[in-house]
Design a protein around this ligand. Structure first.
Ligand code: CA
Ligand code: CA
Ligand code: CA
Length: 291
């Protein structure tokens, strides 16, 4: 149990941004723009922002389409951000002509200037910020502003093909049923190694999806998924959400029964309903990857 406790410590902290998708920590996938976006709330200069995005494998994002502008403004609103964010749009690369880092000229960008902008204050405003009202303003590149990084989507077939994940559009996730039985803890690590995570059930729909996968796989008994009983006795997902917060908490009849007093790991029956299971028992398991 001590070892498991240590592991959970790691899982809890490594999973701080987990809801955003395990392989893209801090990033949220947006179906509207088919890309991963991360809003960096800690302000940086434009140069630092660009570098930070590069280091994360992305680019400083710009509202180059209506959908992108809407998604950016919605995320700013979600974060209660009242100030503008840097975009990748600048006139450094093309003197006197604003273009995004992808090379999209301002004339093709469907977002207009805010009133009185661009005013090139102090003749020092070669970078462009996006306001919460979806308008542009020219600003000094040395300003300190929040910003978005953008990463291209993984392929819609759920990745590199190496790990056989299957896309389910009803949930927007990819799943892989692993038939080879493993302990819950090994299952957890195996999913991470496959670029996913031990499946987290976020809705009745997702429970149904898993039930259907288990039916195709002709899998009876129970299958490990990504929730567990924490030290305080609360059942929560591997990223620390209670089952209610995660969105699904329907136990199978008579469960959780804590059989033999050692059932602290999460699983589902073929019905898609939840069961507490002993952790060391090798079982098949379900991995998930969130697009
Ligand atoms: Ca200005
Ligand atoms: Ca899920
Ligand atoms: Ca049980």
């Amino acid at each position: 149990m001590i070892k498991l406790g240590n592991l959970l410590y790691v899982v809890l902290f490594a999973g701080a941004h987990y809801a955003a998708g395990a392989p893209n920590s801090g990033y949220q996938y947006s179906r509207e723009v088919n890309a991963w976006l991360r809003l960096h709330m800690v302000p940086a200069t434009w140069a630092e922002a660009g570098m930070r995005c590069l280091l994360e494998g992305g680019t400083l994002a710009s509202p180059t389409t209506n959908a992108m502008a809407q998604v950016m403004v919605a995320m700013m609103d979600d974060h209660k951000l009242t100030r503008s964010v840097f975009t990748g749009i600048n006139s450094i690369l093309v003197r006197e002509n604003f273009t995004s880092l992808e090379g999209v000229p301002l004339s093709s960008i469907p977002v207009g200037w805010a009133a009185g902008q661009p005013d090139n204050e102090n003749s020092d405003e070669e970078c462009v910020a996006l306001t919460g009202a979806a308008q542009l303003e020219d600003v000094s590149c040395g300003s300190m502003l929040p910003y978005f990084c953008k990463k291209p989507s993984k392929s819609p077939n759920c990745g590199d093909g190496e790990h056989e994940y299957n896309m389910v559009s009803r949930t927007g996730s990819c799943y892989k049923f692993n038939r080879e039985p493993k302990s819950w803890r090994n299952a957890l690590a195996t999913c991470y190694a496959q670029g996913g995570y031990l499946a987290i059930i976020n809705s009745k729909t997702e429970s149904t999806v898993l039930k259907e996968i288990l039916a195709v796989e002709k899998k009876g008994g129970y299958t490990y998924v990504g929730f567990m009983k924490y030290a305080d006795g609360v059942w929560a997902t591997i990223n620390g959400d209670t089952l209610a917060e995660a969105g699904f908490q329907e136990w199978a009849p008579q469960e959780p029964n804590n059989a033999a007093g050692i059932e602290t790991c999460g699983s589902i029956f073929a019905s898609g309903l939840l069961n507490d299971a002993q952790c060391v028992d090798p079982r098949a398991f379900m991995c998930e990857f969130t697009l």
